[in-house]
Design a protein around this ligand. Structure first.
Ligand SMILES: [Zn+2]
Length: 243
């Protein structure tokens, strides 16, 4: 059930803040369960960073969220690539759901984080309820989420961290068109659902982003701004699409 529709329909007086939608009684949290590949699990601080950045972004977008780290790690033949992220992981989740694999999936988001090179495409993958992202070693290099502002200069660690939010956003129903890009002085800030596509070659950018955001507004021309920045929070447009 769509929680927002339910609460709205019940006539509960809601105080709608920018950062959160507070309800009279605590709603069931959206649960994101995170698995690490065996290699990613050796990255010091990775679990803390994944929980921290996902938690900060989802807390602002959903009524309630719970991020839990699965007790077991996932053995992978390869840390990246379409086969590992986009085929093997969804199959493992599907098998886990019927007791045929050694994992216990949740109904909301089942996220795999691996230890490959996030500069190699595809670096992430998502379909409803399932997400995968690589770049664990880079994400682990980020400062703790609590010490990081919501918009940061472009870097590989920040792009890998934003990719986590991007794929989890997809798993919860958001598309690229729910992302936004905005000018901030000389910089262009890409939100998580737009991500690095903002600076992709024209052909790729057009295919992935189209001309404008679903919530209005054309994406600015990436050539107009000298600096690249990455947003680490979902925009209101993307938050409204998460379910
Ligand atoms: Zn995407």
């Amino acid at each position: 059930m769509n929680r927002r529709a339910f609460l709205g329909g019940a006539g509960v007086a809601l105080s709608l803040g920018v950062a959160g939608r507070r309800a009279a009684s605590p709603p069931d949290p959206v649960v994101v369960r995170v698995w690490f590949s065996e290699s990613a699990a050796t990255q010091h601080a990775l679990a803390d960073r994944v929980e921290g950045y996902l938690g900060a972004a989802l807390d602002g977008a959903l009524e309630a969220v719970e991020i839990d780290v699965a007790p077991s790690t996932v053995a992978l033949p390869h840390e990246g690539g379409k086969e590992s992220l986009g085929v093997d992981w969804p199959v493992t989740v599907a098998e886990g759901a019927v007791g045929m694999a050694d994992i216990d999936p949740v109904g909301d988001v089942n996220l795999l984080v691996t230890d490959g090179d996030p500069r190699r495409q595809p670096a992430g993958y998502a379909r409803p309820r399932i997400a995968a992202a690589t770049g664990g070693a880079y994400i682990a290099r980020m400062a703790p989420a609590a010490e990081t502002p919501p918009v940061v200069p472009y870097s590989i660690p920040a792009a890998a961290t934003q990719l986590l939010l991007h794929e989890v956003g997809h798993a919860l129903g958001a598309t690229h068109s729910h992302g936004t890009a905005r000018r901030e002085g000389d910089a262009l800030v890409a939100s998580p659902m737009v991500g690095s596509y903002l600076w992709a070659p024209e052909r790729v950018r057009e295919r992935q982003l189209g001309d404008e955001s679903a919530c209005g507004g054309a994406y600015p021309d990436a050539d107009d701004a000298s600096e690249r920045r990455l947003g680490l929070r979902y925009t209101d447009c993307a938050a409204g699409a998460l379910e």
